[in-house]
Design a protein around this ligand. Sequence first.
Ligand code: MV4
Length: 444
Amino acid sequence: MFKKILIANRGEIAMRVIRTCKEMGIKTVAVYSKADEESLHVRFADEAVCIGPAPSNESYLKPANIIAAAEITNADAIHPGYGFLSENSNFSKICEEHKIKFIGASPSMIEAMGDKSTAKKTMQKAGVPVIPGSDGLVPTLEDAQNIALEIGYPVMLKATAGGGGKGMRMAKDPNDLMKAWEVARQESKSAFDNDDMYLEKFIEDPRHIEIQIMADSKGRACHLSERDCSIQRRHQKLIEETPSPFMTKPLRKAMGEAAVKAAEYIKYEGAGTIEFLVDKHKNFYFMEMNTRIQVEHPITEQVIDYDLIREQIKVAAGELIKGKNYFPKLCSIECRINAEDSENDFMPNPGKILNLHFPGGHGVRIDTHVYSGYIIPPHYDSMIAKLITTAQTREEAINKMKRALDEFVIEGVKTTIPFHKKMMEHPDFISGNYTIRFMESTEV
Ligand code: MV4
């Protein structure tokens, strides 16, 4: 087992990893930027190293600084959390070269899944359902228009370097597609320096349902059931829940088996997530694979009683998994509390937290790095806490969430708490009858 893990991240996820390391008797090293000197992860880790000024690209995104911190502290592994360098193949490779275990995917795996057209082809070969569309990249607009006529409009044009919605455009007809072709390629060129495109049938009003998987170095994988992440705004998730209210036993079995097949086919190792779009007929299609721990991982932990970070560390250290799949025994919901004014177009609202009171009680979990007097820096993402409630039934989990949101006091900054309070009363949320279009089609 590792003796010392460096956490190449900040905020709640740095705290989350430190907590499990402590429970496992593993020493921890925090890294922090100048803006995070007063951060909790710095205080809770055994050691802390400053890795640069506030801007991410001069600190948390700088491989050389992080590797230097690992070397001077003698860390034998690096946990990247999510975001930052967690899916950076170059960083994964640099860790390998320095004989520091990267608790994440291998460089080739990150590359294979980062290129969306390649990832899709690979999944198709593995026997996982994919969205009908072009066979790989589409070289010209004429090709795109020919394929669109074959599969039928509306279509979705996607950047292979994209993901998370960047470089993606829907088209209803050939004229639309001509415009989409220019806009999507331009967007992808400037964001990723790559304008390669592929084309798909547009799936109307789907749900975003993802399957958590865990795999070991012997190529064995298991799934840990689903999370429904359909409540998103501009590709930022706001609420996640498990089980999905849309899920059925046979669908969970089929999606779970597809995810395990995918992971075993590519010889995946570690924690991963296979994202699917699920249409109203309950057809499911591979969308993307995330080769990292995700923000919303706690709801899975809550319903199957499983520490995902612990298992991630154990698998990285060479331990084998049992191989059995996990099915939800409880219902869990996560509300992301962001320092944003949800009454004013979710405008970021960093600043000092003047007064703070956390909800508590049975079935309430809060993953956070903030405290009374903490100054939320403007340089990073605006999520300041995850409020997670867990109960026997979905209705109880919702009632518990309402109660917890009412107890939650954060003064000094605007947050998304008012939004979540309204959501917990919204008939379409309560009924579980929502899709990825919820935020654009509904007044909350
Ligand atoms: C789609 C789609 C409809 N049809 N592909 C959004 C981000 C990227 N991961 C893929 N995305 C989508 N791909 C086809 N063929 C709709 C979306 C989409 C979406 C997916 C999941 C969650 C929220 C979304 C919001 C808008 C669009």
